[in-house]
Design a protein around this ligand. Structure first.
Ligand SMILES: [Zn+2]
Length: 74
């Protein structure tokens, strides 16, 4: 009878309390929420990414940078 090797899952629990901050008795949400499924967006480079529904939010600055790179004037 072979023993099953215990799987060491490296899955980190989402530390939701870190996403909130209480200021003057008010709860302030840190980070952005997904407009689709209301879960927290994860930062991926210069954009925000929802791990639940795969929604990706690109900041305006990043968009402008990409547009500038795409527009090859000259
Ligand atoms: Zn989402």
């Amino acid at each position: 009878m072979a023993k099953k090797p215990k799987s060491k899952s490296k899955h980190k629990k989402v530390q939701l309390w870190k996403k909130y901050e209480v200021k003057d008795g008010k709860v302030i949400r840190k980070g952005k929420l997904c407009p689709k499924c209301r879960s927290f967006l994860a930062e991926a480079g210069n954009r925000l990414f929802c791990g639940k529904c795969w929604y990706v939010e690109v900041p305006k600055e990043a968009k402008e940078g990409e547009a500038r790179a795409a527009q090859q004037s000259g």
